[in-house]
Design a protein around this ligand. Structure first.
Ligand code: PGA
Length: 252
């Protein structure tokens, strides 16, 4: 079986000015810049990408963006392309985060276009999926995920899937302090891995990293990482403070 390298990713969302982001990146490099055995990624706002890249480029920390447009360039006021964020130093991009689906009208179709655009720009997509509270209550968790994965990953080849990362983020657990129980999280991760085996190949399912996101903090990371199908975490609130984020990175 392939060995999946654990990944801890920080999604800074719409927090931190350029100088605040650079200062946080400096502290993080001092604490976790030589992390190995776990891959660390931070996704600052667009405005701070180049500044943060200058700070982390000599370290083991990767840069990610939080979104991209699916066209390479064009008259799309306010948008940023994969080529642009790659040129700013990004090697990852978060796609289809529930906040983008909820507030900015992202659909499984736009997620699919963005994944293709990311791959075309040599970026590794971190593809977010997850059910809402009402979907979970109506026992639609697995059907929701199945639809998000079917449509989101439509047309992708085996090779393309090799550079993708999946992040399972139950919408009801994001920023709420509620974390899925280990049992709930493992059941969904197992479902996603089975989906990948059916849709692609068994080896794809073994190789693909599936991150958990939603109120991950230093006190619950070890328990989550101990689960067989959890390969890392996508951390929001607790990634903003470098010491707290480092405590998550050093979960072992
Ligand atoms: P949270 O956010 O850790 O603040 O719950 C996770 C995310 O939205 O990626």
């Amino acid at each position: 079986m392939e060995n999946r390298r654990p990944m801890i990713a920080g999604n800074w969302k719409m927090y931190k000015t350029c100088s605040e982001a650079v200062a946080a990146a400096r502290s993080l490099v001092a604490l976790a810049g030589d992390a190995d055995g776990v891959e660390v990624m931070i996704a600052p706002p667009f405005t701070a990408l180049t500044g943060v890249f200058d700070v982390i480029r000599q370290s083991n920390i990767y840069l990610g963006a939080q979104n991209l447009h699916w066209e390479a360039e064009g008259a799309y006021t306010g948008e940023v392309s994969g080529q642009m964020i790659y040129s700013a130093g990004c090697r990852y991009v978060i796609i289809g985060h529930s906040e983008r689906r909820q507030y900015f009208g992202e659909t499984d179709e736009s997620v699919n276009k963005k994944i293709r655009a990311a791959l075309a720009a040599n970026l590794r997509p971190v593809i977010c999926v997850g059910e809402s509270e009402s979907e979970r209550e109506a026992e639609k968790t697995f059907s929701t995920l199945d639809k998000q994965m079917q449509k989101g990953l439509e047309g992708l080849s085996l090779d393309q899937m090799d550079s993708a990362v999946i992040a399972y983020e139950p919408v009801w657990a994001i920023g709420t302090g509620k974390t899925a129980t280990p049992g709930q999280a493992q059941a969904v991760h197992e479902f996603i891995r089975k989906f990948l085996a059916d849709r692609f190949e068994e080896t794809t399912a073994h190789k693909t990293r599936i991150l958990y996101g939603g109120s991950v903090k230093p006190s619950n990371i070890a328990e989550l990482m101990a689960l067989p199908d959890i390969d890392g975490a996508l951390v929001g609130g607790a990634s903003l403070d470098p010491e707290t984020f480092n405590n998550i990175i050093q979960y072992r």
